[in-house]
Design a protein around this ligand. Structure first.
Ligand code: ADP
Ligand code: ZN
Length: 527
């Protein structure tokens, strides 16, 4: 059939979810996409791996007509088209290496309006015949990838790219987007001039948000930790507290209200009117704390949000970055604060395994979650790690994250880890973390006796650590992929392949030492 799989009324966010399977736009992606969908032009400077492709792919699919992508790298072109076809996107390419019949077929598909995206090498695009063809086709946009190739100042000048300056005159009504990962100011200026993008919006990232202080702490008592954090650092400030479930949103909002804060819940289960009103009050009034599920924040632009707190772990670094990024848009000091614990890790892993979606989808999600957990357990600068994930390099540790401010101590956990893994193995990989810790610490109770586990070799071999310390060990083992929580076994811990080297005694493991829990809860500020 010649039906477009995506109708013109579909939104960019829908395409993002349904076609690409991503939860949220990355930094700047959403703004760029909307600019183009609205018919504007754009110059985009984003690090490699930052996600430039979606910036033109999605508008090309949302707008009527075909998006023409100009790329100098034939091999990359073919890969991209193959990947898009896999997702069901109608994409094709034209380059000088293909057989005439094949090219002719693709041209006809274009003229029939049956393509979302057509990738084209610059020398091919500039052939007079090709330009005539484009004039009779319906086009949604021109995307000029590797746009620094147009600049003689840049490091990769290609004379073919110079010809692209005529696109603006010959196709004035078609939006243009130029993208590059490498452009100093001089190069950028030259790109803008040659491609007639001086009047266009320029989107430049660097993903660093230096005024946001990143902090991630092990969860001991989440409510107490949250109350302490707000009271000690952000009393009277506007902030957002993210929770995973609606129930937890309601309970947390109530808790904050009881403590005298102006806190409002926000989730999809509230009546539309209440939701709108709470959002409105957050925007208008000072010092409102919104407690929300991730549904909150899309399109909210409040400059003076002083803190974003996570009581549950986001699913990916994209989500973490986007949610924490709602803090401090005015550039003033702000805090991204999170607590997380073993149960969060287990819950997220279980939700993922139980979710719909094919193996490929789950593998990708698992990797994203591992990256998130990696950030939680890291002992070096969090900002460097976060930016590295987005392809952005920060030369030195930032000095404004918890691991920079108070470098976590580490300890040689090799022996403890071996004990922990052996105990999981000896108890048959059928028990949750609390049970395994009981066995390690030599507890004597009915459940252990019934299973005969007071008689196994790992019973009582772990008395040197407290239950809390063991929990920290297990959390890090799950977070780092040595153990996983069996989704069908109610959170029973299971060994993974990765354990082998440790069990064989070949690997040593440095573990993070969790900060001591405060001895007692202070009810008022000292002094
Ligand atoms: P660039 O062209 O800037 O080097 P890509 O467009 O190739 O980057 O994207 C880099 C990676 O990031 C790809 O694996 C892509 O699937 C992933 N990615 C891009 N946007 C998102 C998003 N919004 N959410 C999750 N992953 C994304
Ligand atoms: Zn740092």
């Amino acid at each position: 059939s010649t039906e477009k799989p995506v109708t013109p009324t579909v939104s960019p966010e829908q395409v993002l979810h349904q076609v690409f399977g991503y939860e949220t736009f990355r930094p700047l992606q959403g703004d760029i996409v909307h600019e183009l969908v609205d018919g504007g032009n754009a110059l985009v400077l984003m690090p490699t791996g930052g996600g430039k492709s979606l910036c033109y792919q999605i508008p090309a699919m949302v707008r009527p007509g075909t998006g023409i992508v100009i790329s100098p790298l034939i091999a990359l072109m073919q890969d991209q088209v193959a990947a898009l076809n896999q997702l069901g996107v109608r994409a094709a390419f034209l380059n000088s290496s293909m057989a005439p019949e094949q090219a002719w077929q693709t041209e006809n598909t274009l003229l029939r309006g049956e393509l979302d995206l057509l990738y084209c090498a610059p020398e091919r695009l500039l052939q007079p015949r090709m330009l005539e063809l484009l004039e009779s086709a319906s086009l949604s946009l021109f995307a000029i990838d590797e746009a620094h190739c147009v600049s003689q100042w840049g490091h990769d000048f290609r004379s073919d790219y110079l010809g692209l300056s005529m696109l603006a005159e010959r196709f004035p009504a078609i939006p243009r987007i130029a993208l590059t990962a490498t452009a100093d100011e001089r190069t950028r200026k030259e790109i803008a001039e040659r491609l007639s993008l001086t009047q266009a919006r320029h989107f430049i990232s660097g993903f660093d948000r230096p005024n946001i202080q990143y902090r991630i702490a092990p969860k001991t008592n989440a409510n107490t930790q949250l109350l302490d954090f707000i009271r000690e650092e952000h009393a009277g400030d506007s902030g957002i507290v993210y929770c995973l479930s609606r129930n937890k949103v309601d309970a947390t909002a109530r808790l904050l209200q009881q403590k005298g804060y102006n806190a409002l819940p926000y989730h999809a289960g509230l009546a539309a009117g209440e939701r709108a009103e709470n959002q409105e009050r957050f925007l208008r009034e000072d010092g409102v704390i919104v407690v929300a599920t991730i549904a909150f924040g899309m399109g909210i632009d409040k400059p003076d949000v002083r803190f974003v707190a996570h009581l549950d772990l986001p699913k990916s670094l994209e989500a973490y970055y986007q949610e924490t990024g709602r803090a401090g848009r005015d550039g003033n000091p702000s805090t991204a604060w999170m607590v997380y614990g073993l149960q969060d890790v287990i819950k997220l892993r279980q939700m993922l395994e139980a979710s719909q979606g094919n193996d490929h989808f789950k593998r990708v999600e698992r990797q994203k979650m591992d990256a998130m957990l990696g950030l939680c357990e890291i002992t070096s600068c969090r900002r460097q790690a976060l930016l590295r994930y987005f392809g952005d390099v920060l030369e030195k540790p930032c000095g404004n994250c918890d691991t920079c401010l108070t470098p976590p101590e580490t300890w040689d956990g090799t022996e403890a880890v071996r004990k922990a893994l052996s105990c999981v193995y000896r108890t048959g990989q059928r028990f949750g973390v609390n049970y395994v810790i009981d066995v390690l610490r030599g507890a004597d109770n009915d459940r252990i006796r019934q299973a005969g586990h007071q008689a196994i070799s790992t019973w009582g071999i772990g008395t040197e650590l407290s239950a809390t310390q063991w929990k920290s060990v297990f959390r890090q083992l799950v977070a780092n992929g040595y153990l996983r929580a069996d989704p069908e076994g109610y959170g029973a811990l299971v060994l993974t392949e990765q354990c082998r080297s440790v069990l064989r005694g070949e690997a040593t493991l440095e573990l993070r030492k969790d900060p001591e829990r405060k001895a007692s809860r202070r009810t008022s500020r000292p002094g």
